[in-house]
Every structure is written in structure tokens, then in C-alpha cells.
Design a protein around this ligand. Structure first.
Ligand code: DGY
Length: 332
């Protein structure tokens, strides 16, 4: 009889540990080495724990590269508890026949909701207003204080028309907005109008970025990008901090090149409290909360477990990022 597989789970999982929970499902099928801390394992701890494992369930903070895989030669599946997988060197996994899975779909609405929370908060200056109340700066009502920008009827530009971008665009309908989108190609049925990037940046009151972080998108929101936006326009990013040249964004906010920003992601994360970005005006910022609801994180954990268990069982996982790895694995 085959020994039960062994897996390393790189953080406590949402959903508890009762029967049927994500953690219990893994325990039913495998020996579990659980990293019970909320802080990520350091790279050497990840290597040490993964060395005797057949599968890894990782977070977006855990770097999986060739060196780690070489130290963990038994690993045949890496299930990432995130839709983004820029923390994983996918070609290095593929070369070694290691399957990589992610958790798309279940976080689309939650992340689109968060994008809107940032957009509304930045448009209507909610954090500034709240600070004014708490700091005793709330004087008698007068008609020119703390003026924001309209949302209803404005133009929204979506850069990266994937699932989350489409979710944000669908919500814009309720605000009677014109929606432009830009991506590598036109997307049939996308709830908006395809536009070249220049046109989108020039015409949008809100520009919201939803691209994955890849070598092509790294730092793509730079000085030239912000210069092409309208001076009143608000920049929103709920994708990855790395798509933004943060120094350029900081400067654009200070110089009034753009009207404000709403960020859920930065580079690095966590952002040190003395980072120059935090001194920029008209900035609304959240600590990577895009998918952070109880329901969504539990669904993400179940999906990650589905990927992990399918990979361990020699099946093709539903959300397999690198199907080419199956062929490599078949040759071994
Ligand atoms: C993801 O899944 O990639 C998100 O960033 C998590 O919120």
C-alpha cells in the first residue's frame, strides 16, 4: 500500500478545522505539516519544511523558485492560495514537472467590491473627512469644503479586462458610467468599449488597473502613464503593487499630475510606515484586503485544497496554471 502523501501548508487556513473544512480535507488525504504562524515562513524554513513533502500549499508571500524545488525534490504540486501567482517561478515548476494551481473566480466579486470601495473613498475623500472629524477640524458647513469628484456619469477606464476588471465594469453600470477598457486584445462581451491605452488614459476620470504582474506589466504605471491621465483623474490599483512605479506615483500625487489614488497593493508589502508614498496627498490605501472576506477566503482555501489533492492524486487539477507540466511529469 502507498504511504500517505505529505504536504506543507504555509499558513493557518481560513474555514477552521471542523469536518469538511479546507484543513480537514487535506488531513483526510495526507500527513500535514502546518505552519501555524500568521507570519510567512522564511525561505530557509520553507525549504526545510518542504524537503520531505509531496505537495505545498503556498500563499502569495511565499517565493517558489528553482532553488526551493531543488531542495524539495518530492514536491509534485504547488497549490497557491491566490489567483495571482507572481510569487511562483512557473517555468521552473514546469521544467521539473511540478503542477501549479491557483484560485480564480471565487474572489472576483469581492475584489471588484473592494475596488469600488477605494474608488468611492478616493472620489469623495472619505479618509480625509474622517480624519477631520476626529482631529476636531470639522467646522460649520460651507459650500466649498472638502469637495470630491462625481462618480455617477463619469468615465471609468479599466486596464486589464480579466474577470475582476469585468466585475468592476459591471458595477459601473449602476453608476451610469461610460466604461473604456484596454488589454492585449478586445474581449467579446466585456461590459465596456475597447480603447487604445492613450485614449483611455486621456478620457477617464477613474483608471483602475487589473493586470497580473508579469515581466511585461512590471512598473507599467510610470511617469509617462500618469502624465497621460487627466489632472483630476483618480488612479486605482487592486492588482499587484509591482505594476506601479511607486516613486512616479508618489511624485504625480505631490505635483497634482493626477487627482488622487486608491491602492490596495504596494511594493513592498507590508509598506513600511515611513515609506514616502504615505506622505503623498489624496491617497487612500488599504493593506491588500481585496479578497478579504470570510466567505471568499474560505472558498479560496477550498479551491487551493482541490488543486493540491488533485495534483497529489495524479489527476489534472481544474485550475492548473501550467498544463505543460503534465507532459514533463508523464515522461518521468
Ligand atoms: C490574489 O488572490 O491574487 C489576491 O491578491 C489575494 O487577495
Amino acid at each position: 500500500m502507498n504511504a500517505r502523501p505529505r504536504v506543507f501548508i504555509a499558513r493557518r487556513l481560513p474555514g477552521g478545522d471542523a469536518v469538511g473544512s479546507p484543513l480537514a480535507r487535506v488531513r483526510d488525504a495526507a500527513e500535514v505539516d502546518l505552519w501555524a504562524d500568521d507570519a510567512p515562513p522564511a525561505p530557509d524554513a520553507l525549504r526545510a519544511h518542504g524537503a520531505a513533502c509531496d505537495g505545498l500549499l503556498t500563499m502569495l508571500t511565499d517565493r517558489v523558485d528553482g532553488a526551493l524545488l531543488d531542495a524539495c525534490p518530492r514536491v509534485r504540486v504547488v497549490a497557491n492560495l491566490a489567483v495571482g501567482y507572481d510569487n511562483i517561478d512557473v517555468p521552473a515548476c514546469t521544467e521539473r514537472g511540478v503542477l501549479v494551481t491557483n484560485t480564480p473566480g471565487v474572489l472576483t466579486d469581492t475584489t471588484a467590491d473592494m475596488t469600488w470601495a477605494l474608488l468611492m473613498a478616493a472620489a469623495r475623500r472619505l479618509p480625509e473627512g474622517e480624519r477631520a472629524v476626529r482631529d476636531g477640524e470639522w467646522g460649520p458647513w460651507h459650500p466649498t469644503w472638502m469637495l470630491g469628484h462625481r462618480v455617477t456619469g463619469a468615465t471609468l477606464g479599466i486596464v486589464g479586462p480579466g474577470r475582476i476588471g469585468a466585475g468592476v465594469a459591471r458595477r459601473a453600470r449602476a453608476f451610469e458610467m461610460r466604461v473604456l477598457y484596454h488589454g492585449r486584445r478586445e474581449v467579446p462581451d466585456f461590459p465596456g468599449e475597447f480603447a487604445p491605452l492613450d485614449q483611455l488614459l486621456a478620457e477617464s476620470d477613474y483608471v483602475s488597473v487589473h493586470t497580473p504582474l508579469t515581466p511585461e506589466t512590471a512598473g507599467m504605471c510610470d511617469t509617462a502613464f500618469f502624465a497621460r491621465m487627466q489632472p483630476r483623474a483618480i488612479f486605482i490599483n487592486t492588482s499587484r503593487g509591482g505594476v506601479v512605479d511607486q516613486a512616479a506615483l508618489t511624485q504625480a500625487l505631490h505635483d497634482g499630475v493626477i487627482g488622487g489614488a486608491g491602492l490596495d497593493v504596494t511594493s513592498p508589502e507590508p509598506l513600511p510606515p515611513d515609506d514616502p508614498l504615505l506622505a503623498a496627498p489624496r491617497l487612500v490605501i488599504a493593506p491588500h484586503l481585496g479578497s478579504a472576506t470570510d466567505e471568499t477566503r474560505t472558498k479560496m482555501a477550498h479551491l487551493a485544497v482541490d488543486g493540491l489533492l488533485a495534483g497529489l492524486a495524479g489527476e489534472r487539477p481544474t485550475h492548473l496554471v501550467n498544463p505543460e507540466a503534465l507532459a514533463v511529469r508523464g515522461r518521468r
